[in-house]
Ligand binder design. Sequence first.
Ligand code: MLT
Length: 327
Amino acid sequence: MGIWNLKGVAAAATLLTASHFAWADYPDKPVVLVVPFAAGGPSDKIARDLADALRKPLAQTVIVDNTAGAGGTIGSARVARAAPDGYTLLVHHIGMATAPALYKKLPYKVPEDFEPLGLINEAPSTLVGRPSLPVNQFAELRKWIAANEGKVNIANAGVGSASHLCGLLLQASLASKMIPVPYKGTAPAMTDLMGGQVDLMCEQATNAVPQIEAKKIKLFGVTSKQKLPLPALAQAPTLAEAGLAGFEMTVWHGLYAPRGTPAAVLAKLNTALRSALKDPELIKRQEALGVRVVTDARLEPVEHRKFVEAELQRWSKVIRDAGESAD
Ligand code: MLT
């Protein structure tokens, strides 16, 4: 190897070491987890559980900051524009894969503008209704929807949210068009569902289970492939077995940093995420709500990226077939 090559290698090694060294103290100030939905909903819930579990492996304060609106795209844009220094991260879900098919003027690119750090959890969704609905089983609900075609409304957390997508799948499966009622998150939507201001919602188990247990809403079905063992959900059929053949939806959450975040920081964050997802308290809290914490290869950033790209393909077709768009 010529002298210039040797010098080149030495220079590259110095740069790498300097970069690694420059981030050796990371994190030396609080890390912010941005949640792109209102406080109190499923995304907020997993973010707060994750923040609690990350404090130990990062040996640093981890705080959750809600930037809601436009189906999660406002909070996602905030992180896409944030300094790539590992102090502003995004906790987001299936909306990462749906926004590009729904928003023509999206102020960021998926997956290009983000560094995936790993998947966090997977939650089934539930089809729930206001307590005053004059039906109790899915078969009766199906008849009621048909008898009230065009008048039934369904809450969601904005175009591209998990609840919006689940609602699209439901309407396509029932060949019924419902009136969407968007909120900044499914926490405020749940308040209105319990109050009877909206008829239905397709909501993650995370946010639905406490209200089902309290008998404040009616449960008609779950969107998982199999029935769920959780007592609050065990009585409900899967929507597939209730007559919507092939209906299946799992809402996943992932952790993201802005593109350009140094590799040394990404490695520290991925290691801390793996450790946090083994936290018994986090696992207990999530499983109590019917949610599974991820332990598989999708914790590898490259596998997480592949997964998001596959989900992007899947949901783009659902959205195209539904003729949906946010703009
Ligand atoms: C969704 O519908 O995307 C989420 O439930 C929104 C939220 O976490 O509030």
